[in-house]
Design a protein around this ligand. Structure first.
Ligand code: FES
Length: 99
């Protein structure tokens, strides 16, 4: 999960299942052109498409620069949430990011 190891307190309430959107980030550099179908669907449902991406749905296969949009310190949450799964969940089905 991008941002999780940097100690920035990025939230992940649902444990990385593309449900809560608390792991939302903004890509400053290197935004991937593909996204998981689960990410696309939850961003559309929560009216966040084009405004955020999900850290729990990202593959760290190239250099990126991101800004977490919801952290423990910025929200006053008691903690980041359930421990994320080691891989992308659910099993990723890749789609093109809408323009
Ligand atoms: S959507 Fe819940 S941790 Fe990413």
């Amino acid at each position: 999960m991008i941002g999780e190891k940097e100690g920035d307190g990025i939230l992940h309430r649902c444990g990385g299942y593309a449900r809560c959107t608390t792991c939302r980030i903004e890509y400053l550099e290197g935004e991937p052109e593909k996204m998981t179908k689960a990410e696309l669907e939850v961003l559309e449902r929560k009216d966040l498409l084009g405004q955020a991406r999900l850290s729990c749905q990202a593959v760290a296969d190239h250099d990126v620069k991101v800004r977490p949009l919801a952290t423990v310190s910025s929200t006053g949450a008691e903690g980041p949430g359930r421990k994320p799964e080691p891989g992308i969940t659910p099993e990723p089905e890749w789609v093109e990011k809408p323009a």
